[in-house]
Design a protein around this ligand. Structure first.
Ligand code: ZN
Ligand code: ZN
Length: 157
């Protein structure tokens, strides 16, 4: 069954359409399709990865449209953009009520989401000791994951 153009079951897509409406921006069918695909594609994806994912659904959507829509999703607070050590922007679905940081394997690129209340509190304490009130932070840990460490040990022995 084909979905009607104006209806969607995803609350996040509704929030995006609301945002676009408030900003007086034109919600094209392509932007809506990109938003739907974005919320249906969990993980931390680069523009390139996300574009290839979208291409499978609708080959007529161009990379620039995908890029602009990802930026709009970020502006709407529905997506976050993070840069890891490779410098490539990765986009993920934002969850306003829950925060997490990232641990990244420098060999295979695996990303683990981490959240530790002690670190969260410590960061706030450090900020307030400097008279800051935090509006956000980026905290990435880099290393080598167990799978890659095991593979490396096998090769070196
Ligand atoms: Zn790895
Ligand atoms: Zn994440």
């Amino acid at each position: 069954m084909k979905k009607e153009a104006e209806t969607t079951t995803q609350p996040s897509v509704h929030a995006f359409l609301d945002f676009m409406g408030r900003k007086g921006l034109n919600t094209t069918a392509q932007r809506k399709a990109i938003a739907e695909a974005f919320f249906d594609f969990p993980g931390h994806h680069s523009l390139e990865e996300f574009y290839l994912h979208i291409q499978k659904k609708d080959p007529s959507i161009g990379q620039t449209t995908v890029y602009r829509t990802l930026k709009l999703l970020c502006d709407a607070g529905l997506a976050t953009e993070t840069h890891f050590s490779d410098g490539i922007a990765r986009y993920e679905v934002a969850h306003p009520d829950s925060h997490h940081d990232h641990m990244v394997c420098l060999v295979c690129g695996t990303i683990v989401e981490i959240c530790d209340e002690r670190i969260e509190k410590l960061q706030k304490d450090i900020a307030s000791a400097h008279g800051f009130v935090l509006s956000g932070h980026v905290h990435n840990l880099y290393g080598i994951c167990p799978t890659c460490r095991a593979a490396r040990d096998t090769h070196s022995s």
